[in-house]
Design a protein around this ligand. Structure first.
Ligand code: OOB
Length: 529
């Protein structure tokens, strides 16, 4: 498992241990600790995979996780082996995750929206031994490609598999998150117990979580924001209650807030706007809601200003990434900063942030530049045993001294807060859902009628950005935009990656060095609309 994993240099690892960020407590020990402390309190609440209400106390969560751990161990799934997990927002999600943690197997967190092309890629790229799913269609499409394809709902029926192995070391890789991607297929992001647990504990503290916290999880549970910032794991660390909602619509979420006396929720900006529009007309009691986190995509300051008056809760902006760095606005920040910045990093002393120009030279505060970062919970390389540490992608995505090139353009205020001003990576942020332009372009180019294609972001009032495919058609084969959209769907990609708009052009604009000029395409869209 260490094969393909880029470790922190020893000098950094020992500093992170000395300073107490890496405590040596792996997630199985965390669950034991909270089960001992808060045993009878409710840990996870929601609709079970069978459609009926399911409420698990800390003791029940621990017991179910241990039972499933034994069963999975009995199937022959062992330490260090990868398991692609795709589960909606159900209490069983937490059971599966802690079961895998306990036997040292490493979940690869697919999102519910992912379809068979993506799942197939995750299975192959991670060398997974199992796919645990809640989606028959995907399962059928990848059947036979891995030893174990199992419906999560059926796991409870597995026989116990004997005594459990030793729990994993905290320095081991605990899980894989997926990159939003900019160069084709999503990359695997290895997160260790030590580094992930630090980000979870520190986030829980920054957000003031306690056993009284009732967290409504409306974003996909497996996404880094909902899982760890502080998310599900942060709330469980603090002894609070996680309420898993199947979706974030006011019709679903507001009654849950009232019934469960929810104190906190995490939203992407488009959802925050939907909640703001729905709140005045709703008769649900939202008065327990105390903290609303908004992140994943740019929150416009005028919307930010409306959160507290409109929802009766404090606002916290969250700017994070699955690769590591997470920034929060703080309670003590002046309102102006909470409304106009995306916060500052978790770790004052050791989240190192550089803002640089195109030649990697630091720019002065207040000037826009590329955000580079390294620190106690930011990876030093994407994972791939096939490429190893010298992988060309890693050489492009990290500096020689280990800073991650986030691809975000930011400006740093004198106070150390970051304002996200743009993006250098070739990605579309569709209301928090990330689309690598190259991944969709490759699928479009595979269509017989397509000679050339470029996917760019276009502004959207509701989602912030949507995707637009500029397509050069082969003359001999006339084709419609709708046919190309259907082609992307048939290729087995998540629905959010289907181009929102298709525009046919005679040729794509090129830069002096012959690359597609995406800025010219975005400018052109602005002029045409
Ligand atoms: C979160 O993680 P990812 O991996 O899905 O996406 C990371 C990217 C960032 O590099 C940035 O481009 C964008 O999403 N982003 C934001 C943002 N938060 C994320 N852009 C502007 N404003 C924000 N507040 O999206 C994520 C992970 C953990 C916590 C929160 C979000």
């Amino acid at each position: 498992m260490s094969h393909g994993f880029t470790a922190w240099p020893e000098e950094f690892a020992s500093r992170y241990r000395e300073r107490g960020y890496w405590t040596g407590e792996a997630f199985p020990a965390l669950l034991d600790r909270v089960a001992a402390e808060h045993g009878a309190r409710e840990a996870v609440v929601g609709t079970g995979l069978d459609g009926s209400p399911l409420r698990l106390t800390y003791t029940e969560l621990r017991d179910r996780a241990l039972r499933l751990a034994s069963a999975l161990h009995g199937l022959g799934i062992g330490a260090g082996e990868r398991v692609v997990v795709q589960c909606g927002n159900h209490p069983e999600f937490a059971v599966v995750v802690f079961a895998l943690f306990r036997i040292g197997a490493v979940p690869v967190f697919a999102l519910p929206a992912h379809r068979h092309a993506e799942i197939g890629h995750f299975l192959a790229a991670s060398g997974a031994v199992a796919y645990l799913h809640a989606d028959e269609e995907n399962a059928a499409a990848v059947a036979g490609r891995v030893p174990h394809v199992r419906d999560i709902a059926s796991l409870a029926g597995l026989p116990p598999g004997g005594p459990l192995p030793e729990p994993p070391a905290a320095s081991a890789v605990a899980l894989f998150q997926l990159s939003g991607g900019s160069t084709g297929l999503p990359k695997l992001i290895p997160r260790t117990h030590d580094d992930y647990a630090y980000s979870v504990r520190a986030s829980a503290e920054i957000c003031g979580l306690s056993p009284e916290t009732v967290y409504l999880c409306v974003l996909p549970a497996a996404h880094n924001f909902a899982l760890s910032s502080p998310g599900i794991l942060g709330v469980l660390h603090a002894g609070g209650t996680v309420v898993l909602a199947p979706d974030g619509s006011p019709d679903t979420a507001f009654p849950l807030i009232a019934a469960e006396r929810v104190t906190m929720a995490a939203l992407v900006p488009p959802l925050a706007q939907v909640w703001l529009r729905a709140a005045p007309a709703s008769d649900a009691d939202l008065s327990t809601l105390d903290l609303v986190q908004v992140g994943g995509a740019r929150l416009a300051p005028p919307v930010a200003e409306r959160i507290t008056p409109g929802l009766g809760a404090r606002l916290q902006q969250v700017f994070g990434m699955a690769e590591g760095l997470v920034c929060y606005t703080r309670d003590e920040d002046p309102r102006e900063l909470v409304h106009t910045t995306q916060g500052r990093p978790i770790c004052d002393a050791d989240d190192e942030v550089r803002v640089v120009d195109d030649a990697d030279r630091d720019v002065p505060p207040g000037t826009e530049g590329h955000l580079l970062t390294r620190g106690p919970y930011t990876i030093r390389g994407y994972w791939s045993p096939r490429y190893g540490d010298a992988d060309a992608h890693n050489r492009a995505a990290f500096t020689a001294d280990g800073f991650y090139r986030t691809g975000d353009l930011v400006r740093r205020t004198e106070s150390g807060h970051l304002v996200v001003t743009g993006r250098a990576k070739d990605q579309i942020n569709r209301g928090g859902e990330k689309i690598a332009a190259a991944e969709v372009e490759q699928v479009l180019l595979a269509h017989e009628a397509v000679a050339d294609a470029a996917v760019v972001s276009i502004p959207d009032e509701h989602l912030g950005e949507r995707s637009c495919a500029y397509v050069v058609a082969r003359e001999a084969a006339p084709v419609k935009g709708s046919a190309l959209r259907a082609h992307v769907r048939r290729a087995g990609l998540a629905a959010f990656k289907i181009p929102d708009k298709v525009v046919f052009v005679a040729a794509l604009p090129r830069t002096a060095v012959g690359k597609v000029d995406k800025k010219a395409l975005r400018d052109r869209h602005r002029k045409d609309s």
